[in-house]
Design a protein around this ligand. Structure first.
Ligand code: F3S
Length: 398
């Protein structure tokens, strides 16, 4: 791979062992994927933050990188951790887990990462522009960055995202290149879509269809009349989960859709397909005992809608509200937090119902997130109800 003088210096170890290690990780990755050079990145989002996923070995690696003088060179934010960093006791988190989780976050902080633990960094300032090369790791955010923002990133793993942060570089391959961003399948949507659950269901249907096709073509969706930020983040999370996709085009909605003609091969999805996707995730028998909103992390507008609906009422089930620390601070200032907490719901900031260590604590999760349904079953063994945003809230009140 062709390296600039600065990159050669980083590789030589002159900038310290952590930077050298980071360069080695990037070069190994570049060699696997046939990259000819490295690209400068403007922003990084790191996964591998929850101690539940990292374990001791991961913590050791991070500590070594921090002690080896690793220092981020571009804006770097973190994915959700395994707990609310300020309020973990209220979520019933084990003190040993909390200690290890704090050590993980401290290691990232020592390296200069902003310790906002969230999967929606684009809602609070880690917001790349069209065409910028970035290195992000969280699958829903990667899909949002590529498709909705028009930035360019592969789906990084924890170590490669950290390596990009410490060097400000990423190998030039995959979705950084024009030719890998072209659509390969037209998806005609013949249904009215409303709210996050419908968009999540669309992600399930498109994801499953693409997953079953050779080469997993990038879908080009037609027929979606409008999609807001909250709906798109729901769709991205779902598409990444059920189709393993990091990119899509939506005619009239996403910025690169206008650069391409719709591919000839076409799949049509109707309301019936979406209802089938919903049914497949809304299958729990028995009483729900856990309700959660905020996968991906809630926007301020979603917190506002939640507060409006909960005002003067009282929830009867464990109800987690998961969002980022910056959005929570705004919610505090707006008075939304006070209303939500007075109703008995609990903020689980910096974390979510998937990455927190809650296996075995609940039986049935109610959510508006198709992604949360997938991991609730696969990771935590919960049955799921998959409802629209407002109905999720009503379920918590029953
Ligand atoms: Fe975010 Fe956790 Fe969902 S990381 S996308 S809230 S699974």
């Amino acid at each position: 791979m062709e390296l600039t003088p600065e990159e050669r210096r980083m590789l030589s170890g002159e900038d310290g062992p952590a930077t050298k290690k980071a360069m080695e990780i990037l070069l190994a990755l570049g060699a696997i994927y046939g990259a000819d050079r490295l690209l400068p990145v403007t922003s990084v989002q790191i996964s591998g933050v929850s101690f539940d996923n990292l374990g001791e070995a991961g913590l050791e690696f991070l500590t070594e990188m921090a002690e080896g003088g690793g220092r981020v060179r571009v804006l770097t934010t973190l994915n959700p951790a395994g707990m609310d960093v300020e309020n973990w006791q209220a979520l019933g988190i084990d003190p040993d887990f909390a200690r290890n989780q704090q050590r993980v976050i401290q290691a990232y902080a020592r390296m200069g990462a902003a310790t906002t633990c969230s999967c929606t960094p684009y809602l609070f300032g880690n917001l790349p522009r069209f065409g910028e090369h970035i290195a992000w790791a969280e699958s829903s955010a990667v899909c949002y960055a590529n498709a909705v923002l028009g930035a360019r990133t592969n789906r990084e793993g924890g170590p490669s995202a950290l390596a990009a942060a410490l060097t400000g570089r990423t190998p030039r391959y995959g979705l950084h290149l024009d030719e890998n961003r072209r659509p390969g399948l037209t998806v005609r949507v013949e249904a009215d879509l409303r709210g996050t659950r419908d968009f999540g269901a669309l992600g399930v249907a498109v994801g499953r269809a693409v997953e079953a096709r050779p080469g997993k073509p990038i879908p080009y969706l037609r027929g979606v009349a409008a999609a807001g930020v909250d709906e798109l983040k729901s769709f991205c999370a779902s598409l990444a989960t059920y189709g393993g996709l990091a990119m899509f085009h939506m005619e009239g909605v996403t910025p690169e859709s206008g650069l391409h003609a719709p591919p000839a091969e076409t799949l049509t999805l109707t309301r019936r397909d979406l209802d089938e996707a919903i049914r497949s995730l809304d299958s729990a028998q028995g009483e729900a005992d856990f309700v959660s909103l905020g996968c991906p992390h809630l926007s301020l507008d979603e917190v506002r809608r939640l507060a409006e609906r909960l005002a003067g009422r009282r929830v009867r089930k464990t109800f987690w509200i998961t969002t980022s620390r910056p959005v929570k601070r705004l919610a505090d200032e707006m008075g939304y937090t006070a209303v939500i907490e007075a109703a008995g719901a609990v903020f689980a900031v910096d974390t979510c119902c998937v990455v927190a260590p809650i296996r075995g604590r609940f039986k049935v999760l109610v959510t508006d997130s198709a992604k949360a349904c997938y991991y609730a079953a696969a990771k935590n063994g919960f049955a799921t109800r998959f409802l629209p945003f407002e109905e999720v809230i009503e379920e918590a009140l029953k």
